[in-house]
Write a protein that binds this ligand. Structure first.
Ligand code: SF4
Ligand code: SF3
Length: 523
């Protein structure tokens, strides 16, 4: 196996041998490479022709299944590979797979020249991230052919053995451009289906009685579960990236959506160990379940773990509800606390809520009451140096606003930072896909203050872990946003030359220390 698609890759270089750091076995990693080869084969076989609706759906689900911490089930991955190969064969027997090594051999991409490999990795991993967002929009009935076309044209570029820097750089920019469109689509899907998010304080206390914990990003799964559990006596609590669900009026309307437990994904093995309730994983990030709770893990959609109960496309959650009843929940109220001891979390400051107060915010900036905005956003992970983000937020000056989104926020979202100009200083904008909302707020601020985005008193301090962060980063670069601070480490798949190119063109810099970075950003 060889895999270097996420931030925790072994030795900062690549996972190889029997197992990746995430728990993905060599068999699963190789099956994912075979799936990627089959998808490239399908894209090449289509040769620019329009894919069918079924081929678009297959492409999106299969790409999603190769994301970090989504599918650990070799059988499910092999079934997707067989489906992609069958599609390719029906289109054009011989050409399918011509540019890819046969099954069982390493993906040729990993053996290419290191700069080409780096550029193609940016395309491939960016597309994998975008597939997750496209999937969440699609289950709500929102699709965009320009988004799904890019999976095919992008994979054709990855499979093109002749492609050089001149061919690949525009594709990378295109992934950023189309991912913006994809995040906008998902934003529309979420808000038109469940209403515009509004600020809400979410309790971290679990009431007595049976309950279910829902993790991941898929609001549609949560809504279906809420519908199936209403008046059942089984309560529902969110976990991880599902926290922002509480801000959507039509989801909040369910009184048995009670609260939230847990922090970011990497703490799940401790957080789930003693929980008297089943857990539903709707997307990443799933870690190998510990024995202490393995029989309580349920997966759905592209997420899978061998042996865990999988809820199929019919979305009949009966087994999960029965499990919750059998476990019975806590007998007394159980108080979960955030990393800094907080007992509630506030979320729901999406672009709708923030832009509703745009005039007041712009006035406060003009009066000098708000000096600076920081977007401290992105994924969490196990690396110790990620404590940088907590320290950074703690040290931001009292006349600044901290916008946040995605799961990295659990390191500081229970801190009370007080208010500035009548606004809370810490504004949780939502899930990682709500990076789209942050972009909208930045563009609106720039317009109101009659300057470019790069001239705004705004700094982006980002953390990455998996491939959704890659597609968001490509979107920010496509928009010409400069001076992004990225941590905790730069991606292993950036070759020195490609990293130097990004630094020179966009002034991306690795995080250093909160003190030094703050001094520089405010200076
Ligand atoms: Fe390693 Fe990350 Fe790949 Fe898992 S997803 S095998 S941890 S690089
Ligand atoms: Fe987190 Fe996986 Fe990336 Fe959606 S849940 S931000 S890491």
């Amino acid at each position: 196996m060889f895999c270097f698609q996420c931030e925790q890759t072994a030795g900062g270089k690549g996972c190889s041998g029997h197992c990746g750091v995430c728990g993905k076995t060599a068999e699963v990693a190789n099956a994912q490479d075979d799936l990627t080869k089959a998808l490239i084969g399908l894209a090449l076989a289509l040769d620019g022709k329009r894919p069918s609706a079924a081929q678009r759906k297959l492409m999106m689900e299969a790409m999603f299944a190769t994301l970090t911490n989504v599918s650990f089930d070799q059988g499910r991955i092999a079934a997707l590979t067989a489906a992609a190969e069958a599609e390719a064969k029906t289109i054009q027997g011989a050409a399918a797979g011509a540019a890819c090594a046969p099954s069982g051999q390493p993906l040729r991409l990993w053996q290419a020249d290191e700069d080409i490999r780096s550029l193609k990795s940016l395309i491939l991993f960016g597309l994998r991230g975008m597939a997750a967002y496209a999937y969440h929009a699609q289950v709500l009935g929102y699709a965009d052919d320009l988004v799904s076309d890019l999976f095919f044209s992008g994979l054709r570029a990855v499979g093109d053995l002749q492609a050089g820097m001149e061919q690949l750089l525009p594709v990378i920019d295109r992934v950023g451009e189309i991912n913006l469109r994809c995040m906008a689509l998902l934003d529309r899907a979420n808000t038109e289906t469940y209403g515009t998010p509004a600020p809400v304080e979410v309790p971290l206390a679990v009431e007595p009685g049976p309950f279910i914990v829902v993790s991941g990003h898929d609001l549609h799964d949560l809504a279906l579960l809420l519908e199936q559990t209403k008046e059942s006596g089984v309560a529902v609590y969110t976990h991880g990236e599902m926290l922002p669900a509480h801000a959507y009026p039509l989801l909040r309307a369910y009184p048995h959506l009670k609260g939230h437990i847990g922090t970011a994904w990497q703490n799940q093995q401790q957080e789930f160990a003693g929980l008297p309730a089943p857990i539903l994983f709707t997307t990443n990030c799933l870690m190998p379940p510990k024995e202490s709770y393995a029989d309580r893990v349920f997966t759905t959609g592209p997420v899978s773990w061998p042996g865990a109960s999988h809820i199929d496309e019919e979305k009949d959650f009966t087994p999960l509800i029965e499990k919750a009843r059998a476990l019975g929940g806590f007998t007394e109220t159980w108080q979960f606390t955030g990393i800094n001891g907080g007992k509630t979390l506030t979320t729901g400051f999406g672009h709708g809520a923030i832009l509703a107060q745009a005039d007041a915010v712009v006035d406060a900036v003009k009066r000098g009451e708000i000096r600076h905005f920081f977007l401290v956003a992105g994924c969490d992970g196990v690396r110790k140096s990620r404590s940088y983000y907590t320290e950074f937020v703690k040290q931001t000056p009292p006349d600044s606003v901290v916008l946040t989104l995605a799961c990295g926020k659990f390191r500081f979202n229970d801190l009370d930072l007080g208010t500035v100009a009548g606004l809370p200083r810490l504004l949780d904008m939502g899930q990682c896909n709500d990076a789209y909302g942050a972009i909208r707020v930045a563009l609106a601020l720039a317009e109101a203050l009659q300057c470019g985005v790069n001239e705004l008193p705004l700094s982006l301090v980002l953390s990455w872990y998996e491939q959704k962060a890659v597609c968001i980063l490509l979107t920010l670069l496509h928009l010409g946003i400069r001076n992004i601070l990225l941590g905790p480490t730069l991606p292993a798949f950036l070759s020195p030359a490609v990293a130097a190119y990004l630094v020179e063109k966009y002034q991306i810099a690795p995080i250093s220390t909160p003190e030094a970075d703050l001094a520089r950003l405010l200076g």
